[in-house]
Design a protein around this ligand. Structure first.
Ligand code: NAD
Ligand code: IPM
Ligand code: MN
Length: 360
């Protein structure tokens, strides 16, 4: 039976990088007989322009009906001043929440060819392979109340709320431990338990879940220290499990260990491993429309989709191998450019991955 993939290119560089990822997906589809059927819709600013909302009900229905969703990126200056409830980012949060995609996997892997592209010394990052497991449907992103009000003295004020329930922490902690079990059995839970009540509960529940994983070496770290350690000695980490906002920030930081935010894919999974796949980066309005964005994070997100949603390990491996070969050939988009390499645009990079994949 055919499998339905819903493609949501989004805004800014979203359509540019997605066009390359779709080319790669189509080659994998025929080469490995995957039986995928692709359909397209809008999310974010593109959806606001077309439907008046950043996520239309019909799009959400299509996403629910699909076997997996592939997303580019959303947002941009054009929509920064509209009603906050209609901002592109709200569409992204809504689709994550409505699909129950609480488990966000953000692997930061340094391709050896890119050791020179990182801003850190090669010896600090070489061989880096860490996984950030980010809670994606709770915490301060979704907590209520979230308000803007006016104080009695006329001053403007605003507040957000950071709630976590025991069950929300337990299920993401399990994802962290499960990932640790299939990797190096080492898990670091990152929180701010010296200050926040939600983090104190987080730590307590993670400790409880740990009892079911006696083989996993668990440590806890405050997020400020974790941010520092990620830059000082990133290879001390294997799997990191953390909340929604800390995970957002730490994964962007980790991306620079791999050379560029343009290299970091992600998977967002529900309880049944149904998922949405997207690069960790945003819509990069500063370079949108110039044909220079790095499509590799989105192409690698396709690989994650094949691995996690469809257990198509050979096809997933092949895409990663094709990416590696292209890096071996010395092709680099501007964000990962280093001396002696050939600078290419988005399309040329996508074409090179397609060619390598066909030849495997
Ligand atoms: P960003 O990730 O879009 O860009 C940060 C920097 O990284 C920019 O200099 C950009 O040019 C560069 N960059 C990002 N992706 C790149 C790529 N593939 N190749 C080369 N360079 C790349 O973050 P931002 O500027 O803070 O946000 C821009 C917009 O994107 C905002 O509207 C934000 O809300 C949105 N955003 C969306 C997502 C998402 O859809 N998942 C993620 C992050 C930010
Ligand atoms: C990400 C993005 C989103 C987030 C924004 C655009 C809502 O930064 O996917 O990392 O904060 O989750
Ligand atoms: Mn982010």
């Amino acid at each position: 039976m055919s499998k339905q993939i819903l493609i949501l290119p989004g805004d800014g560089i979203g359509p540019e990088i997605m066009a390359e990822a779709v080319k790669v997906l189509e080659v994998a589809n025929s080469k490995f007989n995957l039986g995928f059927e692709l359909s397209f819709d809008d999310l974010g600013g593109a959806a606001y322009d077309r439907y008046g909302v950043p996520l239309a009900d019909e799009t959400l229905d299509r996403a629910r009906a699909a076997d997996a969703v592939l997303l580019g990126a959303v947002g941009g200056p054009k929509w920064d001043t509209i009603d906050p409830a209609l901002r592109p980012e709200r569409g992204l949060l809504k689709i994550r929440s409505e699909l129950g995609l609480f488990g966000n996997l953000r692997p930061a892997i340094l391709y050896p060819q890119l050791a020179q592209a990182s801003t850190l010394k090669p010896e600090v990052v070489s061989g880096l392979d860490i996984l950030i497991v980010r809670e994606l449907t709770g915490g301060i992103y979704f907590g209520k109340p979230r308000e803007r009000t006016t104080l009695e003295n006329g001053e403007r004020m605003a507040y957000d709320t950071l709630p976590y329930s025991e069950s929300e922490v337990r299920r993401i902690a399990k994802v962290g431990f499960d990932m640790a079990m299939v990797r190096n059995k080492k898990l670091c839970s990152v929180d701010k338990a010296n200050v926040l009540a939600s983090s104190q509960l987080w730590r307590e529940v993670v400790e409880e879940v740990a009892k079911d994983y006696p083989e996993v070496e668990l440590s806890h770290m405050y997020v400020d220290n974790a941010a520092m350690q990620l830059v000082r000695a990133p290879k001390q980490f294997d799997v990191i499990v953390t909340d929604n906002m800390f995970g957002d920030i730490l994964s962007d930081q980790a991306s620079m260990l791999t050379g560029s935010i343009g290299m970091l894919p992600s998977a967002s999974l529900d309880v049944n491993n149904k998922g949405m796949y997207e690069p960790c980066h945003g819509s990069a309005p500063d370079i949108a429309g110039q044909g220079i964005a790095n499509p590799l994070a989105t192409i690698l997100s396709v690989s994650m989709m094949l691995r996690y949603s469809f257990a198509q390990v050979a096809a997933a491996d092949a895409i990663e191998q094709a990416v590696s070969q292209v890096l071996d050939q010395g092709l680099r988009t501007g964000d990962i450019q280093s001396e002696g390499c050939r600078k290419v645009g988005t399309v040329e990079m996508g074409d090179a991955v397609v060619a390598a994949l066909k030849n495997l």
